[in-house]
Design a protein around this ligand. Structure first.
Ligand SMILES: [Ca+2]
Length: 397
């Protein structure tokens, strides 16, 4: 699988020398399939994502006739674990090759014919070849192959007028938070596991409150590690509150000729499509917004005179972040950091290039959290905790 996808434009444009080559903000080239799973049922936490089948795990059914216990054949289970499930058992590897099946019947796996080779220890066929090996310790029961349905953890009651709250305490560390869909490596079905180049998993190493948070990890430019959730239909205003800690500083970072933007929290028009969305995070070295899609024009806020300015999210520290996207007559995007408004875009004039008057229209389909960097320092680890969604202001409690 290719790590890098195509982009609508290069990371940095030099098409506008007066702006120091900083004008290009890239839209993601996302997958095109619309994942219809989940939907509003996410609010009940009833749609955990089952791991994708392991395509490498289909092998392993061969090798009958050996007295050895059957390999955990083709389990294909769990997350993508590489080739370990794909090893072919050695068919008929009994060294005698007699195939006599003398022990046949004594073992559930024995005595299956023994028609194979006649003394050639290297004969690749060697089918069956059963019976001549000494009895072996009875095997452990084969792994359970019937998928079990995880029981979704109960989410805490949302505070105040909020309609959703996840403290990330439910579920085991190393698993995906059950209430959320994922958008990893531009798809909703990519593996989401520790050790992958991108993941979004429950983690006990860091927590703002309680014992767990959700940990987003990315290693490559533009690659998203995100959790997503469908929103109720008909919304035109939302507040998204999260406690956020980033391994690298976000905002308050000197903008240079290669600074671009990084996404932490946003809204998306279409599930599984990063080409039509608004993003809060780093914006040309400042805290701010970037948006892509019709009428959104890959614009950045703040204006250029504030690129690279403070305040920012200090590296390795928890911050209370609340983002409001209000579209009840006038489009407005507001970012609050630790209780202080740090960005407030109230008109098209707040964007660095012309945009539509209705620049928030159509985006209230899905909320996303995570990390995706369109800048040259893409690798990062971000933790989020106590995520609240509400149509009203939430605050940092
Ligand atoms: Ca927590």
């Amino acid at each position: 699988m290719s790590v890098f996808r195509s982009f609508r434009c290069p990371l940095v444009s030099i098409a506008a020398p007066l702006l120091g080559g900083l004008l290009c903000a890239c839209g993601a080239a996302g997958g095109s399939d619309d994942d219809e799973s989940g939907g509003l049922s996410a609010y009940s936490g009833a749609q955990p994502n089952l791991p994708a089948p392991n395509p490498l795990g289909a092998a392993g059914a061969a090798g009958s006739g050996s007295n050895t216990p059957p390999a955990p054949s083709g389990s294909g289970s769990a997350v993508n674990e590489g080739a370990q499930n794909g090893q072919l058992p050695v068919a008929g590897n009994n060294s005698s090759n007699s195939g006599s099946g003398s022990n046949g019947g004594s073992s559930p796996n024995a005595g299956a014919g023994g028609t194979a080779s006649t003394g050639n220890p290297t004969a690749p066929s060697g089918a069956a070849g059963a019976g001549m090996s000494p009895p072996q310790t009875p095997p452990d029961p084969p792994p359970q192959t019937t998928p079990s349905t995880p029981v979704p953890p109960t989410l805490p009651t949302p505070p105040g007028e909020a309609f959703f709250f996840d403290d990330f305490e439910g579920g085991a560390a190393g698993t995906q938070p059950a209430a959320w869909e994922r958008w990893i490596n531009y798809t909703t079905v990519a593996g989401n596991a520790l050790g992958n180049p991108q993941f979004a998993l429950l983690d006990t190493a860091e927590a703002f409150r309680g014992n767990q948070s959700v940990h987003f990890h990315t290693e490559g430019a533009t690659q998203p590690a995100m959790l997503t959730m469908r929103l109720p239909t008909g919304m035109n205003r939302i507040h998204i509150r999260a406690f956020v800690m980033s391994r690298i500083a976000v905002g308050g970072v000197a903008a240079d000729s290669v600074s671009n933007h990084e996404s932490l929290i946003g809204l998306r028009a279409t599930s599984n499509d990063g080409n039509d969305e608004i993003r809060f995070g780093g914006a040309k070295g400042a805290l701010g917004f970037n948006m892509v899609g019709p009428g959104r024009n890959d614009a950045v806020a703040p204006l250029q005179n504030l690129w690279g300015s403070a305040p920012g999210m200090a590296a390795g520290s928890w911050h209370c972040v609340e983002i409001a996207f209000i579209n009840d007559g006038t489009a407005r995007a507001t970012a609050t950091l630790d209780g202080t408004v740090v960005r407030d875009v109230t008109s098209p004039a707040g964007w660095h290039i012309p945009v539509s008057q209705t620049w928030l229209n159509g985006l209230y389909n899905e909320v996303f959290l995570g990390w995706q960097s369109f800048s040259p320092q893409p690798a990062n680890d971000v933790w989020m905790d106590d995520v609240v969604l509400s149509a009203q202001p939430i605050g940092c409690n």
